[in-house]
Each structure stands twice: as structure tokens, then as C-alpha cells.
Ligand binder design. Structure first.
Ligand SMILES: [Zn+2]
Length: 306
């Protein structure tokens, strides 16, 4: 019987990795996601082994799983081979830090094919992921296993890859078994997948089952949306303050299909500096509310059980 899902947050590693456990404690996050380096810069940080082990042991003592998010500049789907090479290198750096910090998963955006089409992009993605994993293994020299690589669904506009569950399934089918997916509720909403309604959520879960994607699911990004349904535009809002709303997000948090994966908030927070204790507690309350629903009447024990 799976317990309740963990509710955590994307938190800043500014000032060094050793600050992360304090920020985890301050927000009440039960899982944490950090960027492996500044998401808008190619140059990656070099963290000392000391700070890596300090953060890792503090998080492990607290029982808080870590997820790493790769930089935004990565485009594994690009028709430009130079950009693909750079993207694979950047992804390998996220995998290396993820391995050293014992991250459960490394999340990456899949990128945009810029009109080249999904078929071409799928080949580039498979090659890029292979290169990134090989480079990371060479760097680590088999000292530690690579974390699972999670491809995130996109808001679906233009030539962004991964805006439909079908595209995610087709990628997972041809990628190594070490790959999975991360679903972002704001991206689902922007891409026109109606998981914010009770009926739409059930349909999506069935669809995930049919496509064999539930077992590939490693993480949910639980974000509300400032931009309208099917707008193709990606702007996250605090849970309950956006167009998805509390009811829509609560149904996702309480759904048994997602009970095995952590939820990570990537939201502006009250002050625009990212998820805060209020956001995290708010979603933990949504989750707890599922316990306060009346339990179904207990079935009488059968003879065999007596
Ligand atoms: Zn996300």
C-alpha cells in the first residue's frame, strides 16, 4: 500500500550546495530539485567534493530525495549539430553532478526541432542522450551509477517536442531503460491536455497506462498556470492562484496513479523568488485532505482471513 506522495520544491543552490538543506528545512520540502548550474548559461559550476558530500549527507539524513534540473539552453532536438553537441555536453554535466549527489533523477527539457519534424528530432534526441550518458560515465569512471534521466513534457507550441503523451511514449520506446518522463501540470495545461478537469484527468491516466508511460513516470512538476488552456505559452503560477486552480491540482495530488512519485513545485512564490513554505504547505494540505475523506465501509473479513 503506497503512502502519500512527497511534496517538495525547486530551491536555489545560490551561495553553494551547502545552503540547500537549510532551504529545504525552511520551506518544509519533502523532496528537492536544484539546477546543476545557472540554467541560462552554458558555463557550468565546479562544486568541491566537500560541499557535494555535505549536501548529500544532510539530505539523506533528512530523508529528502534530490532531483537535478539541467540548464534551459539544452536543445536535444535542434537541427544544428553544434548546438546538439553542446547540449549533450551540458546534459552530461547534469548527470555527473546528479550521480555525485545521489540524485534520484535528472530532469531535462527536450527542446525544439525548429520545423525539422518529430521523426528527425527523435533520432537526434536518442543520439544526444546516448552521448550525454556515455560522457558522464567516462567522467565518473563507473564510480557511481547514473541517475535516471527524465524527459519533461513541453507546453507544446510551435516545434517544441514532447507536447503530447504520444510523442513522449515514442521517445521512451526507443531510449535506454534508464530514461523516464517528468510531467509538468502547467505544461499539460498549456499544451491543451485537460488534466485540470476530473474527467480529463481520468482520461489522461488511462492514456498514460495505454502508452506504458506510468512506469516511466519519475516526477511530477506541480505548477499552476498564468496562461490559458491550450495557449502553448508557459508561465507558472502559485498552486491555487492560476487558471488550473486548487481543485484541478488537488485531484492530481490525490490521484492514486501518482502516489509513487514526488511532486516538485516550480512556482514564483509570494515574493517572486521561488517556492516558499506557504506554497509547499498548501499542497501538503491538498494531499492531507484526501485522508480526511470518509473511508469506505470496511468489508467483513472472509473465513480464510479469520
Ligand atoms: Zn517543469
Amino acid at each position: 500500500m503506497p503512502g502519500l506522495p512527497l511534496v517538495g520544491a525547486q530551491l536555489s543552490a545560490a551561495g553553494g550546495l551547502t545552503n540547500v538543506p537549510d532551504r529545504v528545512a525552511a520551506t518544509g520540502a519533502e523532496a528537492v530539485q536544484i539546477f546543476n548550474s545557472n540554467p541560462r548559461m552554458w558555463r557550468s559550476y565546479a562544486y568541491s567534493e566537500d560541499e557535494i558530500s555535505a549536501m548529500t549527507s544532510a539530505l539523506s539524513d533528512a530523508g529528502v530525495p534530490l532531483f537535478m534540473h539541467s540548464i534551459y539552453l539544452i536543445n536535444l532536438s535542434s537541427p544544428d549539430p553544434t548546438l546538439r553537441t553542446r547540449s549533450a555536453e551540458a546534459l552530461s554535466q547534469a548527470l555527473v553532478l546528479g550521480a555525485k549527489t545521489q540524485a534520484v533523477g535528472v530532469v531535462t527539457h527536450i527542446g525544439s526541432h525548429k520545423g525539422a519534424g518529430f521523426e528527425a528530432a527523435a533520432e537526434w534526441i536518442v543520439a544526444g542522450v546516448g552521448d550525454a550518458q556515455r560522457q558522464a560515465e567516462e567522467t565518473l569512471q563507473a564510480a557511481v551509477p547514473l541517475p535516471r534521466l527524465l524527459l519533461e513534457n513541453s507546453p507544446g507550441s510551435g516545434s517544441l517536442v514532447g507536447g503530447t503523451l504520444e510523442e513522449l511514449a515514442r521517445l521512451i520506446a526507443v531510449l535506454p531503460a534508464t530514461c523516464g518522463i517528468c510531467l509538468d501540470t502547467a505544461h499539460l495545461f498549456a499544451a491543451g491536455i485537460p488534466a485540470h478537469t476530473a474527467e480529463g484527468l481520468e482520461e489522461m491516466v488511462l492514456h498514460l497506462q495505454e502508452l506504458d508511460l506510468l512506469s516511466a513516470l519519475g516526477l511530477v512538476h506541480l505548477n499552476d498556470s498564468k496562461t490559458p488552456f491550450a495557449s502553448g505559452r508557459d508561465r507558472h503560477d502559485n498552486p491555487g492562484e492560476g487558471l488550473i486552480g486548487s481543485d484541478g491540482l488537488s485531484r492530481v495530488v490525490r490521484h492514486p496513479a501518482f502516489r509513487m512519485v514526488p511532486f516538485i513545485l516550480e512556482v514564483p512564490g509570494a515574493d517572486g523568488h521561488g517556492p516558499d513554505a506557504l506554497n509547499v504547505r498548501g499542497v501538503q494540505a491538498m494531499r492531507a485532505a484526501s485522508l480526511s475523506r470518509p473511508a469506505p465501509p470496511a468489508r467483513p473479513a472472509s473465513r480464510q482471513e479469520v
